[in-house]
Design a protein around this ligand. Structure first.
Ligand code: NAD
Length: 248
């Protein structure tokens, strides 16, 4: 029960890594607001979570993450319903793998809008509440490509380098307000995002991972649990790799 009486907002909480974080947080005593891109997907995750954890306090929301007004309404709803907002997990993200020569500039903007701008917007809204409360935790989902780059689809690694920059800078800015800011950088993880990548690309990659397997969403969720909890009370500004020591 590492998160007893804590209240969390998780963007991209309806499936994959975000859903695993929601489950892990609930199992550890937190109240959780899962945010999805559409009301239907948020509702579906809500129904699955409430049927598995009938005693948990759960909310389903679908704010437009790049719109400050919509995000403010969401954080206010969480604060009114749960009584506080202690943990924000900025996990929603999209990727693309086009070569630079074929890259649609609108797609580059779309990736930056969700993977970077939404973190700024959500962190700003949540930090105002956390500061008033006397502290909190902001966690961001980065990626192994934030360290090495990747050989195509430049928007995605560029966005994750920016996630690390936001993490380290906000840790320095918000530390005096007792708000810790950290990121988790997953390696190849078994979610819908990865299922979209062809097997011919994934299988040779597995042999390059020292632990010889891809990660499961729960491997990543465990790192989020640690960073969200008081076990990490003196940890801020860190990008924690959870990638089986992949070098790619
Ligand atoms: P996923 O595609 O399974 O889930 C993505 C989540 O983001 C969903 O909950 C979806 O509702 C939400 N989302 C997508 N577009 C949105 C939008 N416009 N507005 C609001 N929410 C939106 O992906 P995943 O693999 O679970 O990825 C989660 C995070 O982990 C992402 O930030 C991703 O970049 C990162 N990541 C994933 C891997 C991997 O191998 N799966 C590796 C490294 C990092």
């Amino acid at each position: 029960m590492l998160l007893k009486n804590k209240c969390a907002m998780i963007t991209g909480g309806t499936r994959g890594i975000g859903y695993a974080i929601a489950e892990k947080f609930i199992q550890n005593g937190a109240s959780v607001a899962v945010c999805g891109s559409r009301p239907e997907t948020a509702q579906k995750a809500y129904e699955k979570l409430t049927s598995n954890y009938p005693d948990a306090e759960i909310l389903a929301l679908s704010p437009d993450l790049s719109n400050p007004k919509s995000v403010k309404e969401a954080v206010d709803t969480i604060k009114e319903t749960f009584g506080s907002l202690d943990i924000l997990v900025n996990n929603a993200g999209i990727s693309a793998r086009e070569s630079l020569y074929d890259y649609d500039p609108d797609n580059f903007k779309k990736i930056m809008d969700l993977n970077v701008n939404s973190i700024f917007v959500c962190a700003q809204a949540a930090a105002k509440i956390m500061k008033e409360q006397g502290g909190g935790v902001i966690l961001n989902t980065s990626s192994m490509v934030s360290i090495y780059g990747q050989p195509s689809g430049v928007g995605y690694p560029a966005s994750k380098f920016a996630v690390n920059g936001l993490t380290k800078s906000l840790a320095r800015e918000l530390g005096p307000d007792h708000i810790r800011v950290n990121a988790v950088a997953p390696g190849i993880t078994n979610t819908d995002m990865m299922q979209a990548v062809p097997k011919e690309i994934i299988e040779p990659l597995i042999n390059t991972i020292p632990l010889r397997r891809i990660g499961e969403p729960e491997d990543v969720a465990n790192a989020f649990l640690y960073l969200a909890s008081d076990m990490a009370s003196y940890v801020t500004g860190v990008v924690l790799s959870v990638d089986g020591a992949v070098m790619n």
